[in-house]
Ligand binder design. Structure first.
Ligand code: ADP
Length: 492
């Protein structure tokens, strides 16, 4: 199958969150299954710099009349097969400082509707044959940034020269909370026919919703865990779109994200001072060494006996960080240490900074984005904290599992699908892999903390659970096979 993946980020070229990890790993996993997968990306500076041998393919008009170019090249990641990549050449829209969505003052760019409409538009042009040498059979759009692609294709199929267009569309929700909502007067820029701006379309309470376009017009929908697929159909977690999601329930599949073994593998991770692998308790000396070096590097007391809790996250309300802040005293009182890496909302950055300044030997806070340190935290940590309010899939708990830094998570979304609580029963059956709490409150979170400390005191049990965690399969081949099924359905 010829499959075009459309996303705004792709690891290792450009990453602000889990979307990039998936966009980088899925094409490789599909290629490993014999599929002809390519990617389409906006020409952000980091993308243009990272795609090799870029050469022009064709020019095309944006819906608002400006002319842009499409270029093609390949992404070569150490040891992996090259991924063929199309890049939209539009410096006026993409060549800017800040992250892909916001300026340096963290304000969304005022023309984001054009910047991301163009991504969906270019995908639709490729579906219609913009590159005579390669035409996708399936267009797979990720998150609201790419969500207009299914709408453009749906309308192209309805009338005009592309009435016979045979291309399946799949739209994946990585996080329903970010919807790409714009003022209604921007609709005229999008190049969609009037009827699209309708309740049965992308109109959302009088505004334009890119997310809704994807949900409404794609042939098939997926999201990144089975539990989240159910949750988003409820008013509590549906972010105002649960009605539409219930309506489209038959087209929606939850496919759990996997872990890219080439990037996240404690045995071969170049960021670690010493690798480690067999989880049975042997060959784990590397982990102890990683912890000692990490403690030293972060200025924490070099105590092998102190359980080291780590957190790698965007600092937003979603991630339950007020529970972590509120629980720091309890964590320290029980002899633990906390190491956090993250960036985001200013008040959270400041609150964590203050806690680190007050107890530098026990609390380390690094504000910023640092891929190497993230790996080192999973390598040296004992417990990975992910107490999210909601979590579509969550990757850090999966990295925690793989690196034997046991996840402590709330039972929600993908966290519920990937972590098994260390109850006596589940420990006996060999299923337990971490600590799970239910209610989004301090009491439940701190109870889970206490259980983590209690298990840590029982070293043989700790090693056993850590072994289960590290052995938990999270391979991309399984996820790729499920996506291929969905692609087939989208073409029916
Ligand atoms: P989300 O996509 O909601 O941010 P995920 O858990 O799905 O959450 O993915 C987060 C990804 O971003 C993980 O790969 C995590 O390691 C990475 N990450 C988050 N914050 C940072 C940071 N400050 N530095 C390095 N990596 C980070």
């Amino acid at each position: 199958m010829r499959i075009l993946q459309v996303s705004a980020e792709l690891f290792p070229l450009l990453k602000t969150g889990g979307l990039a990890d998936i966009a980088g790993a899925l094409p490789l996993a599909l290629m490993a299954e014999g599929q002809d997968a390519r990617v389409l990306l906006p020409g952000f500076p980091a993308i243009v710099a990272g795609v090799r041998d870029l050469a022009p393919v064709a020019d095309f008009n944006a819906p608002w009349g400006e002319r842009f170019g499409l270029r093609a090249g390949h992404i070569a990641i150490d040891g992996a097969p090259a991924i063929r990549a199309y890049v939209i050449d539009a410096p006026a829209l993409y060549d800017r400082p800040g992250n892909p969505y916001e300026d340096t003052a963290r304000q969304p760019y005022a023309d984001n509707h054009r910047r991301f409409a163009l991504l969906g538009w270019a995908a639709a042009q490729l579906a219609k044959g913009l590159d005579p040498a390669w035409q996708p059979e399936v267009v797979h759009a990720h998150d609201w940034h790419a969500a207009l692609a299914p709408a453009y294709i749906a309308f192209a199929r309805q009338a005009g020269p592309n009435r016979d267009l045979r291309v399946g569309t799949v739209f994946t929700v990585h996080n329903l909370a970010y919807q790409g909502i714009f003022a209604p007067w921007h609709f005229t820029d999008l190049g969609l026919p009037g009827p699209a701006f309708h309740m049965n379309g992308l109109e959302y309470h009088g505004q334009v919703s890119f997310m809704k376009a994807g949900l409404y017009f794609a042939d098939r929908l997926t999201t990144v865990s089975p539990t989240y697929a159910l949750e988003i159909q409820t008013p509590e977690q549906g972010c105002g779109l649960d009605g539409l999601l219930r309506q489209r329930s038959g087209a929606l599949t939850g496919i759990l994200n996997a872990v890219d073994d080439k990037v996240w593998n404690p045995a071969s991770d170049a960021a670690l001072v010493q690798g480690y692998h067999t989880p049975e308790g042997r060959h784990m000396a590397g982990k102890a060494r990683c912890k000692a070096v990490l403690q030293h590097q972060l200025g924490l007391a070099e105590r092998p006996d102190a359980p080291l809790f780590i957190l790698v996250s965007r600092l937003t309300e979603q991630k339950g960080l007020h529970l972590v802040l509120g629980g720091i005293d309890a964590l320290l009182a029980q002899g633990g240490q906390l190491a956090l890496l993250g960036s985001g909302e200013a008040w959270l950055e400041e609150a964590f900074r203050q806690r680190a300044a007050a107890a530098p030997e026990s609390v380390s806070v690094t504000i910023g984005y640092n891929e190497t340190l993230a790996h080192q935290l999973f390598g040296g940590g004992d417990v990975t904290l992910v107490p999210s309010l909601f979590e579509p899939c969550g990757l850090t708990q999966m990295y925690g599992l793989k690196y034997g830094s046991l996840p402590l998570v709330r039972r929600v979304g993908g966290l519920a699908d990937t972590v098994v609580d260390s109850t006596l029963e589940d420990m006996a059956s060999g299923e337990a892999t971490g600590f799970v709490f239910d209610r989004f409150d301090a009491a439940d979170y701190e109870r889970a903390l206490r259980r983590a400390f209690a298990l840590y005191q029982r070293a043989p049990d700790w090693r056993r659970v850590r072994g289960h965690a590290m052995r938990r399969p999270a391979d991309w081949a399984t996820a790729a096979a499920q996506y291929i099924d969905v692609y087939r359905q989208s073409m029916e």
